[in-house]
Design a protein around this ligand. Structure first.
Ligand code: SF4
Length: 322
């Protein structure tokens, strides 16, 4: 019998933790089509709320990483089968108290997973899950040069949703266009059309700094610390290091940006924001100031809205970079 699926959208929910408790983690890229769309509501948060009412979902984990996600936890759920869990993730990260709180929240999530039908991790189980996931994240990055941006976006999404990777022979030729960095909010399934537009317009995504991309992966695990206290190492690798937009101070985001641009030179940055996302919109002027290369700020269209205008702007941006 397949394991019950626990879905989440935030990078602060470690899939290793859910897996080690005997349940199936799925970090979903929700669908825009059919999702709740209303004035003032981030379409990504609305789409995740709709996904939480999906047929194969045992539980949905929401995080307090922004007001919109907090609010989304209260949308729907009436009569749905899935349980909902709201995980508190402090926005401050520089104090021991904030780290302790996150670790306690992992413990609370663990007890919730056990109530849901899971079990506490057996000795070595969490460390094994951490090693396996880290190797797969490495593999996802290693395959990027051999794929089009769209194919790589699909691959990363599939990995996050299912925790498995297709054989490497499934690869398709790389696009080899002008390298770009994507930066900004999370991608719904339909937003992957942006990768197609970039491929078609002579570009390629060399760094995915969106909330769905590698910017929001944990740091590499320290094998020595993992041996002694795997849960502590897991908490530090996620909470102590992911440079998310909601963190205060948000210096980690700009440190990451500078380091990523040094490691992978790109010709331009495309910053994607969802309507009603104050967090990312507020950062756009600062990203422009910090960037040594041209920056295009792009709205991700709501469900049913035309993506045509966005495509034209991406084409014009790439044309200007040549
Ligand atoms: S895109 Fe912005 S508003 Fe939406 S969930 Fe992410 S941070 Fe929150």
């Amino acid at each position: 019998m397949p394991l019950p699926s626990v879905i989440f959208a935030s990078s602060f929910v470690p899939p290793e933790w859910i897996e080690a408790h005997g349940l199936r983690p799925s970090r979903v890229a929700p669908r825009a089509a059919g999702a709740v769309e209303r004035e003032g509501l981030c379409p990504f948060a609305g789409a995740f709320a709709a996904a939480a009412d999906g047929p194969d979902v045992a539980a949905a984990v929401f995080t307090t990483t922004c007001d919109q996600m907090r609010r989304a936890a209260e949308i729907g759920g009436d009569g749905g089968r899935a349980e909902r869990f709201v995980m508190h993730v402090p926005s401050t990260w520089q104090t021991p108290a904030a780290h302790r709180l996150y670790r306690e929240e992992l413990g609370r999530l663990g007890r919730f997973l056990v109530r849901l039908g899971g079990h506490g991790p057996a000795p070595g189980e969490l460390a094994a899950c951490m090693e396996r996931r880290e190797a797969m994240r490495d593999e996802v990055l290693a395959r990027r040069p051999r794929l089009t941006s769209r194919a790589h976006g699909d691959l990363a999404m599939r990995f996050h949703e299912t925790g498995v990777l297709p054989p490497a022979s499934d690869t398709v030729p790389a696009s080899g266009g002008s390298p770009l960095m994507l930066l900004g909010g999370p991608m719904r399934r339909e937003d992957l059309g942006l990768f197609d537009t970039i491929d078609r317009s002579g570009g390629c995504v060399a760094v995915d700094g969106t909330e769905s991309g590698e910017r929001e992966w944990p740091r590499r695990f320290d094998r020595r610390r993992m041996g002694g206290d795997p849960a502590g190492e897991l908490a530090d690798a996620y909470f102590g290091h992911i440079p998310a937009v909601f963190r205060r101070p948000d210096s980690g985001l700009f440190d990451w940006l500078a380091a990523a641009l040094r490691a992978t030179p790109v010709r331009g940055i495309v910053v994607v924001t969802h309507p009603w996302c104050d967090a990312w919109r507020a950062e756009v002027p600062r990203i422009r100031d910090a960037s040594p290369v041209p920056v295009l700020a792009l709205d991700l269209a709501g469900a049913g809205a035309s993506a045509g205008e966005g495509s034209t702007r991406v084409e014009a941006f790439l044309e200007a970079l040549r």
